[in-house]
Design a protein around this ligand. Structure first.
Ligand SMILES: [Zn+2]
Length: 217
């Protein structure tokens, strides 16, 4: 015996055809929405930052965006740090990390944590574009690896908690000003006591971040 089986779709009722057409329309609409959101995303990311939450004269230094926020930081105090030895042309461990690295998208605004006066602004080999602020408390607040400074910011300028001082970048580890791409985008925040000791900023950063999340919705 041999035979042929013919595959034939069952005739569709008018009602089923209508449902099918409606489903197709919904699918097309959803596709349009997805495409529209994808195209709108970059402009929303650059505009939609939440206002800094200032509590007791302090604010978290990395701005949160209104529609998503990619901020990531852990307690990396005293993690080993490497230095490039120009003589041997090798990376060698040189001390430990004296700050807190807060990872965020490039271009995210950086806010001054605490009020003070700009004491240093410019390029450093390991810090890249950095701003040092002498806080009203006498401590030195150090912000490094910026992509750029806030327009017009200069030595002696007064900043308040929440003043935008620059943007998150990945500059540094280079003699040429503007050198970048040696590591991923983050803000290095350092806090130096009046006696010269650097202290671990992480407990303060964690507290400020939690406040900004709970109060900025
Ligand atoms: Zn760091």
């Amino acid at each position: 015996m041999h035979g042929r089986y013919r595959c034939r779709a069952l005739p569709r009722s008018p009602a089923r055809r209508l449902i099918g057409a409606a489903a197709l329309k919904v699918a097309r609409y959803l596709l349009l929405v997805v495409v529209a959101v994808a195209f709108a995303a970059p402009s929303r990311a650059s505009e939609g930052y939440l206002r800094p939450v200032v509590i007791e004269d302090m604010t978290f230094p990395v701005a949160r965006s209104t529609w998503f926020s990619v901020i990531n930081f852990t307690d990396d105090w005293h993690a080993p740090r490497m230095r490039f030895d120009a003589t041997t042309r090798r990376w060698v461990q040189d001390g430990v990390h004296e700050g807190n690295d807060i990872f965020a998208e490039p271009g995210t605004p950086i806010h001054a944590v605490y009020p003070g006066t700009v004491e240093e602004i410019g390029w450093l080999f390991y810090s890249g574009w950095r701003v040092g602020i002498r806080g009203d408390d006498g401590r030195y607040w150090f912000y490094a690896h910026m992509r750029r400074f806030a327009p017009g910011l200069g030595m002696g300028d007064r900043v308040e908690a929440g003043t935008v001082i620059g943007e998150v970048g990945n500059t540094g580890y280079g003699a040429t000003p503007g050198h970048s791409d040696e590591f991923t985008y983050h803000l290095h925040l350092g806090i130096q006591e009046t006696d010269g000791r650097w202290i671990n900023p992480y407990p303060l950063m964690r507290k400020l971040y939690r406040q900004s999340v709970s109060e900025a919705q």
